[in-house]
Design a binder for this molecule. Structure first.
Ligand code: ZN
Length: 147
């Protein structure tokens, strides 16, 4: 399967079957954000045990990129500490800001892939207007973590 098709499959799978969808009754942190350019909306609820995210729930609406990105984000951060999440966020943001023709050596099927499914979003860099869609979940996450 061509890498581009694989990426599309991964994105559509998260869009159709969003992970950790819903709300947490009494979250330790919550944040809401919108991407007015596209009409995307994301709300994130988090619970912590000390420094570690124990539960995460996302309610989102909007395009496939924003929703699949938020879904992938929830899987990536569950069970992680704040500093691990910060490092993931930085890796995601640098992936999304690197020029399209730069070879990062990213491969979602590579064992030990740092970002896993999230790497499927690197194709979005070709469409600058959609980068905001991909970033929304992570931006709201950062807000929740600092609240
Ligand atoms: Zn969007």
């Amino acid at each position: 399967m061509a890498l581009e098709d694989l990426y599309r499959e991964v994105i559509l799978d998260h869009y159709r079957n969003p992970r950790n969808k819903g709300h947490i009754d009494s979250p330790d942190a919550t944040a809401h954000g919108v991407n007015p350019l596209c009409g995307d909306e994301v709300t994130i609820d988090l619970t912590f045990n000390g420094d570690t995210v124990t539960e995460v729930a996302v309610e989102s609406q909007g395009c496939s990129i924003s929703q699949s990105s938020a879904s992938m984000m929830t899987e990536a951060i569950k069970g992680k500490t704040r500093s691990e999440i910060e490092s993931l966020t930085n890796k995601f943001k640098s992936m999304m800001s690197i020029e399209e023709d730069t070879d990062l050596g990213l491969d979602p099927e590579r064992p030990g892939s740092v970002l896993g499914d999230i790497e499927a979003l690197q194709g979005v860099r070709q469409y600058p207007v959609r980068i905001k869609c991909a970033n929304l979940g992570w931006t709201v996450l950062a807000e929740a973590l600092s609240s």
